[in-house]
Design a protein around this ligand. Structure first.
Ligand code: NAP
Length: 282
């Protein structure tokens, strides 16, 4: 059954959601974005049925996806509330869940936290793509107080995008993504920074010339958009710190084995890592 779906923040994620919801399904898609130019572009490209820089457009929506940067979500919801009716369902796509759920659920009980785990290195409406969510995890973080109908509705929409649905607590989500997404950005960034600490200019030049696929893979997430890394550390501070401390312990352990020439322990660890990796990547 077609619904009126609102999208606030027509960027990479909001624009990609709009494309799939309007094309594949029988929904009417209404978009709100900060810049009038983005709204005009979204209409011109047929990504949304209607768009405006005024939140009152969302008054017609049955379900609204908040797709703005994390830092403006709470203020956006405060401005949005006067335009909503009690049964409007609100969900968000933020990459960190506990602070968003803690801020928004008290303001709007019919709210379900969500995180589609898909993206590219680009942002803005120009980066929006169709089928971005196919076969990707889409995590929902309802609390005991979240109305079942709101959860079912958001889940059905996420499923219609071809995503794989998972449910967990907001804090569990944040701890899990700290391990597989946020820690890797800090580790990979630190790798690049450590290479730059080489004081011999000839050696650093040679390293740059020799760098190949291994360095490209291990430096990719740390050499990307600084705003993403900053967002992770800032909004998921506790879980990122926890994983960083654990990583430092791990590094200290490796340093100890190498200092002691304890190749046996190092080998045991490396074998264990080799066995464990497919559980994360396959
Ligand atoms: P993005 O491409 O920069 O899109 C966000 C868009 O929101 C901007 O293009 C901007 O559009 C609009 N915007 C900014 N402030 C606004 C406001 N106050 N009101 C209305 N619209 C506003 O960023 P994104 O990557 O799609 O990320 C959006 C959300 O998705 C974030 O919360 C992020 O945590 C989450 N997320 C990101 C990824 C990823 O890989 N990128 C993955 C999953 C979830 P205009 O200025 O052009 O109007």
């Amino acid at each position: 059954m077609g619904m009126k779906i609102g999208i606030i923040g027509l960027g990479l994620i909001g624009g990609s959601l709009a494309i799939d919801l309007k094309q594949g399904q029988n929904h009417t898609v209404l978009g709100v974005s900060r810049r009038a130019e983005t709204c005009q572009q979204a209409i011109a490209r047929g990504i949304v049925d209607e768009a405006s820089d005024d939140l009152s457009l969302m008054g017609q929506a049955d379900v609204i996806f908040l797709c703005t940067p994390l830092g403006v979500m709470e203020a956006t919801v405060q401005q949005l509330i006067p335009h909503l009716t009690a049964n409007t369902i609100l969900t968000d796509v933020g990459s960190v869940k506990a602070p968003v759920v803690e801020a928004i659920a008290p303001l709007w009980p019919n709210f379900v936290g969500g995180h589609p785990m898909a993206g590219t290195a680009d942002n803005g409406l120009d980066a929006a793509l169709s089928n971005l969510f196919v076969n990707r995890a889409y995590v929902l973080t309802p609390t005991e107080a979240t109305p079942a109908l709101a959860v079912q509705t958001v889940e059905a929409i996420a499923q219609s995008l071809g995503a794989k649905i998972y449910h967990c607590h907001p804090e569990e989500h944040d701890r899990a993504v700290a391990w597989i997404s946020h820690l890797p950005v800090m580790v990979s960034g630190s790798l690049i920074a450590a290479c730059l600490s080489e004081s011999d200019q000839k050696v650093i030049k040679l390293a740059q010339q020799f760098a190949s696929s291994g360095f490209r893979d291990t430096s990719r997430v740390g050499g990307g958009n600084p705003e993403l890394g900053l967002m992770m550390a800032r909004y998921n501070q506790a879980a990122v710190l926890r994983s960083l401390h654990s990583y430092r312990q791990q590094l200290d352990q490796v340093i100890h084995w190498v200092e002691q020439s304890d190749w046996c322990s190092l080998e045991t660890q490396l074998r264990h890592n080799q066995q464990a990796r497919p559980d994360f990547t396959d």
